[in-house]
Design a protein around this ligand. Structure first.
Ligand code: BES
Ligand code: ZN
Length: 456
């Protein structure tokens, strides 16, 4: 089957493909905020209609949370499952955006054309690269080169609460020869890559309560315990001077890198000075005896993602707050057990409380790290296809982020995930002014067309 004709079809229809992506970007499908639930439905409906226009049997499937979208189309082997997520992160702080996050635009920049808007890179633009590759293939050949199943999730950015039950209930329908996930990036924004290691994630929200109400800090200050003082002391103790995390048992299950992976990563010659320099930083802040790539891809972390309490508005208020709050997350690697770490962290906090203070916790998701076995010849075939499209040898890399479904594919469906994506480090995912380079979109679509041909 001719691949060249498909690639030309992609090139000559790029504007129309970008226009379709913009339609999807206009739907504010923020999964974590209940106020946007209707829009998650709308994004799912949009995807169902778009898949149906390709002759794919697509459906919106309700869950206790936001719906899944599934689709099936027959073809010769192998059977590939493609996964992406249509939900996006919240947009705050809105005043740091140059335009309405849900009024996307193609912009000319000094680095070429970009598609600007929330979800452009994470993950609507990425998931559409695969859909557009299928569209071009269908237009040229009338059918698809492989048997395909589609799975689009609407809760990835909020911990995927409905995912495991959905996968368990529909395992027979979803099981495939390989799962393709488009939700990662290029290495150093230019080297095409297949991600083989993802970190897990554990979230904890803490509230420390002291007095039963806010107090005047002149009347009560000094004699009554301030919960912010208690909280900040605990948080400050979570790392030692060497950057190691002090939660008891935290490093249980953290394994050293196998030699072959270590030398592969050394071969990548990661420019950490540039990586940090791009965001106006200079010194790696993790465990001091580790390389920066290790810190990001294969070492665990503990970070305070939010902290609040007392008076934070304009002006000044001499208040002694009744409560102090923080959101803390842990990125996990190897066989670290999120449930044990949660228990140990809660105990550490409990044990550090002075008299008159109480603590309550809210757990926010707990997912383990995942490592992909790449011995299937499909990996080499995909790597070759990627190398041809980008004219740079594709690399096997790690990823500091978390994509919960990657581990579930292996555990629940016994289907190996192949993680390929085209995001760049400066896409500003989860931040104001998110963008996706037109190059990522265009070459991403072309990459999938080549990969489909290579795997078929
Ligand atoms: N697409 C990202 C994962 C990612 C992050 C890939 C960085 C490449 C570089 C994904 O949508 C994401 O942000 N995941 C969350 C998961 C969480 C909310 C369960 C993450 O990693 O924080
Ligand atoms: Zn994503």
């Amino acid at each position: 089957m001719s691949l060249d004709a498909v690639l030309s079809q992609i090139d000559s229809n790029l504007d129309a493909a970008a226009e379709r992506l913009m339609q999807l970007l206009r739907i504010p499908s923020i999964s974590t905020d209940p106020a946007f639930a209707e829009n998650c439905q709308k994004a799912a409906d949009w995807l169902v209609a778009d898949l149906q226009s390709l002759g794919i049997r697509a459906e919106k499937r309700e869950t206790p949370g936001h719906p899944m979208v599934t689709g099936h189309i027959d073809g010769p082997g192998p059977h590939l499952l493609f996964y992406g997520h249509y939900d996006v992160q919240p947009v705050d702080p809105l005043d740091l955006w140059d335009r309405d996050p849900f009024d996307p635009e193609v912009q000319d920049t000094s680095n070429g054309k970009v598609i600007r808007g929330r979800g452009a890179s994470d993950d609507k633009g990425q998931l559409m690269t695969f859909v557009e590759a299928c569209r071009a293939w269908k237009a040229v050949h009338g059918d698809l080169p492989c048997k395909l199943t589609f799975l689009f999730e609407g809760e990835e950015e909020s911990g995927s609460p409905s995912l495991v039950p959905f996968m368990q209930e529909n395992a027979a329908e979803l099981k495939a020869d390989m799962a393709l996930i488009c939700d990662t990036g290029l290495f150093e924004s230019r080297v095409p890559s297949i991600v083989t290691m993802l970190r897990g994630l554990l979230g904890e929200e803490i509230t420390i309560t002291a007095a039963d109400k806010d107090l005047h800090s002149g009347m009560y200050g000094g004699v009554s315990m301030n919960p912010i003082r208690v909280l900040t002391k605990i948080l400050a103790g979570l790392h030692d001077d060497q950057g190691r995390i002090t939660v008891p048992g935290f490093y249980d299950g953290v394994t050293e890198l196998p030699d072959d992976i270590r030398s592969q990563w050394q071969g990548l010659a990661f420019d950490h000075a540039r990586f940090l320099g791009d965001v106006d930083l200079s010194k790696p802040a993790g465990e001091q005896d580790r390389t920066p790539l290790e810190m990001i891809w294969s070492r665990p972390t503990c970070d305070v993602n939010g902290i609040w309490g007392g008076y934070t508005g304009d002006g000044f208020k001499t208040v002694l707050p009744s409560q102090a709050h923080a959101k803390v997350s842990f990125r996990l690697v190897g066989d670290q057990d999120p449930h044990k770490i949660r228990e140990s962290f809660r105990k550490l906090v409990q044990d550090a409380l002075p008299p008159d203070c109480e603590v309550s916790f809210i757990g926010h998701g707990a997912g383990t790290a995942s490592v992909t076995e790449t011995s299937s010849p499909m990996f080499e075939a995909a790597r070759k296809a990627l190398s041809e499209e980008w004219a740079i040898p594709a690399a096997y890399i790690g990823c500091g982020g978390s994509i919960p479904i990657a581990g579930h594919f292996q555990e629940i469906l016994e289907t190996t995930p192949m993680l390929i994506g085209f995001g760049k480090d400066d896409d500003q995912i989860h931040s104001p002014n998110e963008k996706y380079d037109m190059e990522s979109f265009h070459k991403g679509i072309r990459s999938w067309a080549r990969i489909l041909a290579a795997l078929s």
